[in-house]
Design a protein around this ligand. Structure first.
Ligand code: ITT
Length: 202
């Protein structure tokens, strides 16, 4: 089975590919980037918007992942704004942009400088459009806390400043398979895999 992954994020692509390929699923990227406006208010809405936009163009089973980091002490931000959090006006100075990931991390750490409640969680919602009129969702979360300075070089995004619950390492210090085992995306993908196995038998 071939699945088109509706993303521009190579970090997501690497993780989804390594978890789905052992199932015999070939994960491919779109040849052309579509300008999809993610105007939903939830991960679920945005996952659906992305999956449908690419499905309508390519007409093959299409998977989208909308995900992000939720920090309750920041009122749930970055949340659905995770990928471009650095560009959101929060008062104070603008982040100098090196890479988007680094700018996001700098902004989050600056906002949380004096915040003692550092709990946070990652959430991923996957939307798989299998054919016209058939779409399924799965989601996963991973709880943890925001550390005071970045550590590790694995993963992507906010991984260097996120320490999963009951771990001493940040997500970016874990081996890829360790991340897959506990991550929001790993959990959502395992649910999706169960469904795909049943569906393939039908
Ligand atoms: P696509 O929409 O093209 O898939 P994107 O990066 O813009 O790519 P999202 O809108 O879903 O995707 O934003 C997700 C952001 O949340 C991502 O850019 C990271 O900053 C963060 N994020 C999601 N999953 C993460 C993970 O496993 N580790 C670290 N950060 C993550």
């Amino acid at each position: 089975m071939k699945i088109l992954l509706a993303t521009q994020n190579l970090g997501k692509y690497r993780e989804i590919k390594r978890m789905l390929e052992p199932l015999g699923v070939e994960v491919i990227l779109p040849e052309e980037k579509l300008n999809v406006e993610e105007k939903g208010n939830s991960f679920m809405e945005n996952a659906y918007i992305k999956a449908m936009a690419y499905f309508e163009k390519y007409r093959i089973p299409t998977l989208a992942d909308d995900s992000g980091l939720v920090v309750p002490s920041l009122g749930g931000y970055p949340g659905v704004f995770s990928s471009r959090f650095y560009s959101i006006d929060w008062g104070g100075r603008e982040e100098v942009q090196t890479s988007e990931d680094e700018a996001n991390i700098r902004k989050l750490l600056r906002l949380m400088k004096d915040v003692s409640d550092r709990r946070a969680y990652f959430k991923a919602v996957l939307c798989l459009v299998l054919e016209e009129g058939l779409c399924i969702f799965s989601e996963g979360t991973c709880e943890g806390e925001i550390v005071h300075s970045p550590r590790g070089s694995g993963g992507f995004g906010y991984d260097p400043i996120f320490k999963p619950k009951s771990y001493e390492k940040t997500m970016a210090e874990l081996a890829p398979e360790e991340k897959d085992l506990i991550s929001h995306r790993g959990k959502a993908l395992r649910k999706l895999k169960e469904f795909l196995e049943l569906w393939k038998k039908c």
